[in-house]
Ligand binder design. Structure first.
Ligand SMILES: *Cc1c(COP(=O)(O)O)cnc(C)c1O
Ligand SMILES: [Zn+2]
Length: 411
């Protein structure tokens, strides 16, 4: 086993690998999983990974599991990486790749990449029920992996969560509890519930340190796809900021292992109507301060108070030399349309990186000749009602061959 335990990012306390932990017991800060990188480096040549079965678990030595027999998987990860020249031209760069966690994961969002790890830990620890708070995608992912493991699930969502996400979770057998309020309000109550130990459920929400680790596989997949080089810029939609913080950790590990020579710059994109990380970045702050949530199409990114994790994401963006941006509602719709022009059906929250790049180019934070990867994170089917409003289904119905021919000739 190469997973060696945890350390606290606040007080440096350490914990053994077999502990069932959420936050640091001493200071309630976030925990970071540690590995024996020297042994991984000695034992596992990077070329060996290409021969393994595809997906997140290809990187099992770099994930915090102790019992491989307990792995709960639906075939997540190794999502498409597509060069998109039309989008590149539209946003002002020469080389843009879309990494589609929206169309390449089992439940249609990036959350599968991390929930596969927390579901595995729940199975290892012997829990019967998985739980989370969620703007919708995490809920359907937790429900799916619970079903796959033969476990129950309970999910807490804002009252106005997109219907397809709620329906998907219920379909997989979740008990869905709708709570009045926006995500960060519900998150505060949910964390209180979990930490009170009033319920014996396994938390797959924001504090779970095992779950975070699944997100590192973005870095591994990109590096491998580019022949153990990395892109110049990685652009990711940011809600709590876990994805950015952990993708950055993954790139750091690759360098430490000697598998790559450099790291990319990390860019976070949010909706301006609820963009605490972007706002704090622009203000030059070190800590992410909460914002007031205004309505936004990017409902999955609407974490008004990302807390400690947001601050970690901000630190990753800074350390990498990247940037953060909050984009307008029109720019969000523009991103959705540009992705559709390349055949990609992406929910508004998952699409924001496209307009994000245009912003970064305009601000001189990304330059034309750089290799840019935009992660897109949720399928259009996940927020179908929003996207349906953007098109008009014809009223007219033709009947019989003659009308069909006439209609065809009018195209
Ligand atoms: C959860 C989510 C994200 C990213 O969330 P982080 O908390 O920043 O990791 C991005 N896009 C979509 C569609 C999501 O559901
Ligand atoms: Zn601590």
């Amino acid at each position: 086993m190469y997973f060696t335990g945890f350390h606290c990012v606040g007080c440096d306390a350490t914990y053994p690998a077999d502990r069932d932990l959420l936050l640091c017991e001493r200071c309630e800060n976030l925990l970071e999983a540690d590995y024996d990188y020297d042994r991984i480096r000695a034992d596992l040549p990077r070329e060996g990974f290409a021969q393994r079965p595809h997906g997140v678990w290809r990187w099992v030595e770099l994930l915090p599991v102790l019992d491989r027999a307990k792995i709960v998987t639906l075939g997540e990860g190794d999502t498409p990486l597509l060069r998109c020249d039309r989008i590149a031209a539209a946003v002002g760069v020469d080389e843009l790749w879309v990494k589609s966690d929206a169309t390449g994961n089992p439940t249609g969002s990036l959350k599968d990449r991390s929930i596969t790890v927390s579901a595995t830990k729940a199975a290892e620890f012997g829990y019967r029920v998985l739980a989370c708070d969620s703007t919708g995608n995490k809920a359907s992912s937790v429900a799916a992996y619970a079903a796959r493991a033969g476990l129950g699930s309970v999910v807490f969502c804002p009252h106005d969560t997109p219907v397809p996400k709620m329906a998907q979770a219920i379909f997989f057998g979740a008990r869905l509890i709708r709570v009045r309020g926006h995500y960060s309000q519900i998150n505060a109550m949910y964390r209180r519930l979990i930490h009170s130990k009033s319920v014996a459920w396994y938390d797959c929400g924001t504090d779970n340190p095992f779950r975070y680790e699944g997100k590192k596989t973005y870095a591994y997949e990109m590096a491998q796809a580019f022949g153990w080089d990395v892109p110049d810029c990685v652009v990711h939609p940011a809600s709590g900021g876990m994805s950015i913080a952990k993708t950055w950790k993954g790139f750091g590990e690759l360098r430490r292992l000697g598998w790559t020579e450099r790291s990319p710059r990390m860019f976070g994109v949010q909706a301006a109507n609820c963009g605490p990380i972007a706002r704090s970045w622009a203000a030059g702050a070190d800590i992410v301060a909460p914002v007031e949530k205004k309505p936004t199409l990017a409902s999955a990114l609407a974490a008004a108070d990302p807390g400690l994790l947001g601050t970690r994401a901000l630190a990753a963006i800074r350390a990498s030399g990247g940037a953060a941006a909050g984009i307008s509602e029109d720019e969000i719709l523009d991103s959705v349309r540009l992705l559709a022009s390349e055949g990609l059906f992406i929910e508004p929250s998952g699409a924001v990186t496209i307009a994000g790049v245009r912003r970064m180019v305009a601000a001189g934070q990304i330059t034309r000749g750089e290799r840019v990867v935009c992660v897109v994170t949720g399928s259009g089917f996940k927020d179908f009602e929003r996207l349906q409003e953007m098109v008009t289904i014809p009223e007219k119905v033709v009947e019989g061959y003659d009308e069909m021919l006439a209609e065809a000739q009018s195209v």
